[in-house]
Design a protein around this ligand. Structure first.
Ligand SMILES: [Fe+2]
Ligand SMILES: [Fe+2]
Length: 205
């Protein structure tokens, strides 16, 4: 509950047109209980919301740090844009995880049933960042071009079709035009690799 309030407070602090419509849509589609993955970090109920908050905290820290190095950033990248793009970058995951029972070997080497999630893309298979952008626009959120591009390209090189010259050029161009793109990409990576690292995950490497 604390996490949900934190998420809502951050989002409402932007005072952006359409925020209440998006919150309604997130509620209806189960965002606040969805996991962030099926097998990796935060694969538990509420994981997606927690990952979004972590990404937002990392993004705000990066933004603050970069302002010290490059004061012009404060004018170019607004705090509200950092919050909108980071908190909502992964809303595409809202409907891809379904509860399932999986077989897993226990410490004694015996197979046992464990509760988990399986992935399905049958609800609107639009991709990743691009699905988030479309979800938000269809929900009625006002977004700047920089915010849309930061969400679209938040996976960085991992989300680019390397056979597509256009993808590569669009990603590079977005990064050059809008520093928000690099901030969100770095924040997403730092949230997963530093804030959400677990002992169990390290053991399984
Ligand atoms: Fe993502
Ligand atoms: Fe993410």
């Amino acid at each position: 509950m604390g996490c949900k309030n934190e998420f809502l407070e951050l989002l409402r602090s932007t005072e952006r047109d359409g925020v209440e419509d998006v919150i309604q849509e997130l509620e209806t589609q189960g965002f606040f209980t969805a996991p962030a993955s099926s097998n990796h970090h935060l694969n538990t109920e509420g994981g997606l919301m927690l990952h979004s908050i972590n990404t937002c905290k990392a993004a705000l820290s990066i933004w603050e740090g970069m302002k010290n190095l490059e004061p012009g950033i404060e004018k170019e990248v607004k705090r509200e844009s950092v919050i909108i793009a980071s908190l909502l970058h992964d809303v595409c995951k809202i409907d891809i995880y379904k509860r399932s029972v999986k077989k897993r070997k226990n410490a004694l080497g015996n197979w046992e049933d464990t509760e988990g999630y399986k992935v399905t893309y049958k609800n609107f298979p639009m991709g990743h960042g691009e699905k988030s952008v479309i979800f938000l626009l269809c929900s009625g959120l006002e977004m700047t071009e920089a915010e849309m591009l930061a969400i679209r390209w938040h996976m960085g090189a991992w989300g680019i079709n390397m056979n597509s010259y256009e993808d590569q050029r669009c990603y590079d161009t977005s990064r050059c035009l809008y520093p928000l793109v690099s901030i969100i990409q770095a924040a997403d990576s730092l949230a997963a690799s530093i804030l959400e690292r677990s002992e169990a995950e390290i053991d399984e490497l």
